[in-house]
Design a protein around this ligand. Structure first.
Ligand code: MSP
Length: 653
């Protein structure tokens, strides 16, 4: 009989920068589910990949002075890139898709045309509010405080001839889908979608762009590229061979379970099913929206300098410890506050003390009392029942949680068993039994029960910490056939398992999780985060006082400030320079300031530089900023803001 199939996906990541611990969390969680399903005997297809098109990537490549393709190639396949990260984290994906692969591009063109031919895509003109970093158009009513509802950044007016998808046509079936059954989980996200997006009225979605080139061209209208989200969402299908001949697994594995972060639930639970309805394909079995890893309650971001590097943590603590921490600590559906201290505490208390100690103590006792082999002759005793019942019940309880993607609760069940087994050692006092020759058979039973508890624990922990479990299985002498789901004892059974009946030979091995000195490690991590001071720049050659005096530098007041269209860096300032007329200056500091932070402030400008055109606009002078440079040459600009007491127009001397 062929195995039941299970198709699971992560979102495809933007290769616009190095991935951080938040992305790693999402992939590790999906990996644990995929490994669990394989353990349960499913024929699993686990897909991950990268979402490589769009304006943001085009701009980043331009900044880096390379082609977009070269830019993404480096981030995806280069040393220390995304593929390396997943290898390091022991991710067991069966396939990896890049949206720049030819087969995907061709399939997207066919899919776009199919929706155009069936009338669900039509040509119109788009006027709206556009958020460049999110590559999303928004309607006025969707904005939050006038800003992008996803990322909170300012949006700007944009208009272009574009193709539209008839999303409005699918409002009713999508609402029914959301309300029926368990398509979208956790359930709390359903109301969020219905109240925030469906009830206010679903508008047709703009699905093509003409303002940039880096995307899948609409083959029947070359100036247009397909909206990056249409391109991205269909990756889940094209990677199986939908609308292409590269693979032939679509029939076998479709539909998927899509694991996604909370901020992209909207795309996956509204737009995605609507488009699948349009092309007449089955919708996903489930979309699961997990929470975010945050730092001190806030978002990780480069500009805040609080981005947590998974490479560094894996190197310091080990891959399995990191995987475990991520899935044990944070309830999968909710946000979780990351901290190094929490990470170290979890490793010490759960992995080093509770789990690691149980394994090492048991193996050491079997070596000491039996020369490494537990004899088959055993005698039951009163404290056994509670432990044996828990051994029998735990797999079922664990499975119930794992089937609902409640990974932290699945682990909770395993750790209940571990704690019970540790308690059993104290109850049975093997060191006292060992002193009495007549208690050999009793001591053998105690050791066998402990080894059985460990064996069950290892099977259940395998999806989370696969490498460690493989090592520990060796230590407790479990054969391959004793590492499978089918070899687990069942709740209704009255014997423990075959493993309990035969001689068991253990092999002492390395300490699985050494205890970490919290204070020392925190200090080490702290030191790594302290920015190294770059070498001071040499002082430039002398200028005369007369030369200096030629620079007309004055205090100016910022009357208004706005982002310059199509530029990531530039802000346009309207200034009062004390002359009575308003002055316009452009400054490349948008990465460091939002316009509203600066309006009303007083700054310093040099006024007598020749006018200069930037992005089609004229700048008359330059605002002065201090440059903070790190060791890698990254610059951070700090605008020279002066006290409010200094009058506008005051000259610097
Ligand atoms: N490219 C889109 C997804 C397209 S899927 C058809 C995208 N990419 S992303 O790189 O920005 O994010 C990928 C995933 O990483 C998202 O699910 C997002 O929620 C997740 N995370 C990014 N930062 C995160 C945290 N700090 N914590 C947890 N997950 C986070 O969106």
């Amino acid at each position: 009989m062929s195995k039941e199939t299970f198709f699971i996906t992560t979102p495809i990541y933007y290769p616009s920068d190095k991935l951080h611990i938040g992305h790693t969390y999402c992939t590790v969680a999906t990996d644990a589910i995929a490994r669990y399903k394989r353990l349960r005997g499913f024929d699993v297809m686990f897909l991950t990949g990268t979402d490589e098109h769009g304006q943001k990537i085009e701009e980043k490549a331009k900044e880096a002075g390379v082609t977009p393709q070269a830019f993404v190639d480096k981030i995806v396949e280069g040393p220390g890139g995304i593929l390396d990260l997943w290898k390091l984290m022991n991710i067991s994906n069966d396939r990896f898709i890049r949206t720049t692969y030819d087969y995907h591009v061709a399939a997207i063109q066919r899919i776009f045309r199919k929706m155009y031919d069936n009338g669900d895509i039509y040509k119109g003109a788009y006027k709206g509010k556009y958020c460049t970093p999110c590559e999303s158009f928004w309607t006025e009513s969707q904005l939050v405080n006038g800003c992008c509802p996803d990322c909170g950044r300012p949006v700007h007016d944009a208009e272009e001839e574009a193709y539209f998808f008839r999303l409005s046509k699918y409002a009713k079936p999508v609402q029914e889908l959301l309300e029926s059954g368990t398509f979208l989980e956790p359930a709390s996200r359903v109301n969020e979608m219905i109240n925030n997006f469906i009830k206010p009225g679903l508008e047709d979605l703009c699905v093509s762009r003409t303002s940039f080139k880096w995307g899948v061209p609409v083959d029947f209208d070359p100036g247009h590229v397909v909206y990056v989200w249409v391109d991205a969402l269909f990756n889940y299908a094209t990677a199986l061979g939908y609308m292409n001949d590269r693979y032939h697994d679509y029939e076998k594995y479709w539909p998927p379970v899509n694991i996604v972060g909370k901020e992209i639930v909207r795309f996956h639970s509204i737009i995605w099913p609507a488009m699948l309805m349009s092309v007449g394909e089955p919708i996903p079995k489930k979309v699961y929206g997990h929470g975010w890893l945050v730092i001190d309650g806030g978002k990780m971001s480069k500009s805040k300098g609080n981005v947590v590097d998974p490479y560094l943590l894996a190197e310091k603590f080990g891959v399995d410890a990191l995987r475990f921490f991520l899935l044990r600590t944070f309830p999968f559906g909710s946000d979780g506050n990351f901290s190094n201290e929490l990470l170290i505490n979890t490793i010490n208390s759960d992995l080093a003390n509770a789990f690691g100690n149980l394994v090492s103590r048991t193996v050491a006792m079997v070596e000491k009392y039996f020369g490494g082999t537990v004899p088959a002759e055993r005698e039951a005793g009163a404290p056994d029942d509670e432990l044996l019942s828990l051994i029998r019940e735990t797999p079922e309880r664990y499975a119930k949680q794992m089937d609902a993607f409640q990974l932290h609760l699945g682990l909770e069940e395993v750790f209940r068993l571990i704690a019970r087994a540790n308690k059993y050692i104290d109850e049975t006092t093997p060191w006292i039994l060992a002193k009495d020759e007549t208690k050999k058979a009793r001591l053998a039973a105690v050791m066998a029960n402990l080894l059985e508890a460990i064996r069950v624990t290892l099977i259940l922990l395998t999806p989370f910490i696969p490498d460690t479990c493989a090592k520990a299985f060796e230590q407790i002498g479990a054969a391959e056939s004793e590492r499978t789901w089918d070899s687990l004892p069942v709740a209704s059974g009255n014997t423990v398992s075959a493993y309990g009946g035969h001689e068991i030979t253990v092999h002492r091995g390395e300490t699985l999780f050494p205890r970490i000195d919290t204070a020392k490690m925190l200090e080490e991590l702290e030191a790594l985060h302290k920015p190294a001071t770059p070498p001071a720049k040499p002082v430039l050659p002398d200028v005369t006082i007369d030369e200096f005096a030629k620079c007309d530098m004055r205090v100016v007041k910022i009357l208004s400030c706005e982002a310059v269209k199509k530029s990531e860096k530039l802000l346009k300032f309207t200034l009062d320079d004390g002359s009575g007329a308003e002055r316009t200056i452009l400054s490349g500091i948008h990465k460091f300031y939002e316009p509203e932070q600066l309006v009303g402030k007083k700054a310093v400008a040099i006024l007598n530089l020749p006018p200069r055109k930037m992005m089609g606009q004229e700048s008359n002078g330059m605002l002065l900023s201090a440059v903070k440079e790190d060791t890698k040459g990254n610059e951070e600009l700090h605008l020279m803001i002066v006290s409010d007491d200094v009058p506008v127009g005051a000259q610097l001397c």
